[in-house]
Design a protein around this ligand. Sequence first.
Ligand code: AMP
Ligand code: ZN
Length: 278
Amino acid sequence: MKFKEKFEKRVKDTIKRYNLLKKDDRVLVAISGGKDSTSCLYLLNKFGYQTEGLHIDLEMGDWSNKNIENVRELCKKYNIRLHIVSMREIYGSSVCYIKEKIGEEISRCMICGVMKKWVLNRFARKIKADKIATGHNLDDEAQTVLMNYFKGNLMLGVNSGPITGTIEDKKFVPRIKPLYFSPEKENYRYAKIMKFPVLFQRCPCAVGTYRVETRAFLDKLGDKAKKNIVENFLRKLPELRERVPKTELKYCKYCGEPARNEVCKNCSFVLKIRSSCS
Ligand code: AMP
Ligand code: ZN
């Protein structure tokens, strides 16, 4: 089998093996403009699911403008409905400003990740999507497992895996990762072969983070080690999920989104920004 067919088959097999999508599911793909989420959007559409894209404009100058241009071009070419929302519309400021205000004690990627998930869940509910798909790849997932292991808390990853698993709530839209087993290098090759309009540079903001160091370490070990890491983690995952207390989810007192505490993580950031401005 040629590389392209093999690549696509692995994504299809992941969807099947982990029951990520039903035939008539409506799926909202979080598309950043990078190779991974672009391939994810393209493939789910190609496989015949009702697919729409959501791009969050992070308002990071030329980098964001180029991403918007690219996602527009892709969706036009493949006739996929695209939604764009901007950080400024939602939060009143760009993501860089928000991170600066929150300060160094919380990792920049973590702030961005929490906010993106919050936006995605609300938007998916608004358009009545059944699932949210992201472009997370094998490298991302192996890094996450290892970082949690180094922190001594694998429980931090209970909600990862090819599909989110411990939250069941009418206001929570399950998130799936169809490229869970696709090594980053192969996503790169696939996007090149397909001539997707994408930016291959990483987010200019993600420098000097713990993830960057973990990535460099894992790259020395190679794809086989990455696969072993996630597969061993997946074997452990059902047991970890059993340990999650069966307490009911709360709804954030500010935004009404599902949350483990009275205030969701997103709103705790928003409160922090406000207090630093007053
Ligand atoms: P990252 O955390 O940047 O590695 O991105 C992980 C996944 O989140 C990507 O594969 C996308 O599915 C999604 N994502 C990242 N940035 C954006 C964005 N600006 N708009 C929509 N989805 C995004
Ligand atoms: Zn909230």
